[in-house]
Design a protein around this ligand. Sequence first.
Ligand code: FES
Length: 130
Amino acid sequence: MIRDEIGLTGTKFGCGMAQCGACTVHLDGVPVRSCSTPVSAAAGKKVSTIESLSADNSHPLQKAWIAHDVPQCGYCQSGQLMSAAALLNSNKNPSDADIDAAMSGNICRCGTYGRIKAAIKTAATDMQKA
Ligand code: FES
């Protein structure tokens, strides 16, 4: 629905089984796996996709992702960013353990986990300054 009907192609279809996290979007601010979430579950709720962060890469997470050269192939990254955004929306100063817990459901076949963690920390610092 998100990609083919609405045309927002930032959200990726990965495993189709809610296992990899590439399809992560927010439903009323809560990260969900869109591949396994029926449209009926979104009725009356706000759906936020990767496109909602910013159109000009000005969101602190987007800036940090660029500064840390996080993406490799990039396929998982919109899902990674949406999980990271949900984390920082609820926890402005996450610990390593908080980041590990929040991001544990997002798989990256390219192994960018270290860069993701560093970028989340940078974004959290930037958001505290703002
Ligand atoms: Fe390739 Fe994560 S950057 S799967």
